[in-house]
Design a binder for this molecule. Structure first.
Ligand code: GUN
Length: 299
């Protein structure tokens, strides 16, 4: 049986519609709107594409957004002073600094400078710590999107074995932290596999839910998964393809053609987790703005 496809595009569209409606109902009558500042350093083509998609999504739902582009030789001090200005700019309730940053800029220092109340990426150590403690905080967008995909497909997580491939601060660690919490859409047993893990296949084959976030094209093959598995593919890898118009195509961390013939659910690439990351960024921006303006989103 071919897998059921988890349609991230469709679910992200639903979430965007909900956010748009909330802005129209809760913000516009008060003559205010949520605002997002996106900071991008250098000209990494993938980052340019991501930020442009984020901007378009903001426009669609009614979030005010500005993109601040800087050359790759901007100094760390200059970038810090840009962020400090944005921290004090009341037009912006969310600030995101697109990763990766050039090597001379210390990502950890930048994460520390963003006001935790505007940290819609959830990368500030205060938000990261609260996430681990199970306290209310900004949850990083990709892990938040994965939880939302599972929830909206009514995929049970309680007591399930989730195997996460990858231990990044953006995906692997935070999704593990979310899924071990004692809460209805979590409460899983989580294993994190990484580059030093021996016999990854033994772990992945025992997964009820497999989350692949290692940035290695088509790493997960059919012999690494069991039937009944729910496969969440976080990878977005560009691989050369002379026959494609852009001379490359996007593949995930999962060998989709063979794995999708075997498992129960799968997310495609593109159109799976990617659009959810953007939807959750908008959601976090909406929440940040609602706190700033003291608006009750559930009223
Ligand atoms: N680079 C890859 N994913 C992300 C993300 O979620 N946020 C930011 N700021 N940069 C990224």
């Amino acid at each position: 049986m071919p897998a059921k496809i988890i349609d991230g595009k469709k679910i992200s569209d639903q979430i965007k519609t909900e956010i748009k409606a909330s802005i129209e109902k809760d913000f516009l009558p008060k003559n205010v709107r949520p605002g997002l500042a996106a900071v991008i350093v250098g000209d990494d083509p993938a980052s340019q594409v991501y930020v442009s998609s984020k901007r378009k999504a903001c426009e669609y739902v009614g979030v005010h957004s500005d993109v601040f582009n800087f050359p790759s030789d901007i100094s760390e001090m200059e970038l810090i002073s840009v962020i400090e200005k944005l921290n004090h700019d009341d037009k912006f309730h969310g600030i995101l600094v697109q990763q990766p940053l050039p090597p001379h800029i210390d990502q950890k220092r930048i994460n520390l400078v963003i006001d935790p109340n505007k940290d819609v990426d959830g990368f500030h150590p205060i938000n990261f710590g609260k996430l681990l403690a199970g306290d209310e905080c900004f949850v990083p967008c990709t892990p938040a999107g994965i939880i939302e995909l599972l929830k909206r497909h009514k995929i049970e997580t309680v007591g399930k074995h989730v195997v996460v491939l990858g231990r990044s601060n953006i995906v692997g660690k935070p999704i593990a932290a979310l899924l071990i919490q004692k809460s209805p859409n979590a409460n899983s047993t989580v294993t994190i596999c990484h580059s030093a893990t021996k016999n990854i296949g033994e772990f992945s084959r025992s997964a009820d839910i497999l989350i692949a976030a290692i940035g290695q094209p088509e790493f997960v093959t059919a012999n690494m998964v069991s039937e009944n598995c729910v496969v969440i593919d976080v990878g977005i890898n560009r691989i050369e393809d002379p026959s494609a118009e852009k001379k490359y195509r996007l593949v995930g961390d999962v060998k989709y053609d063979e794995v999708s013939k075997k498992v129960e659910f799968i997310t495609p690439v593109p159109g799976g987790v990617g659009p959810m990351t953007i939807a959750m960024l908008l959601k976090n921006t909406l929440i940040a703005a609602s706190k700033f303006y003291n608006i009750n989103l559930n009223a």
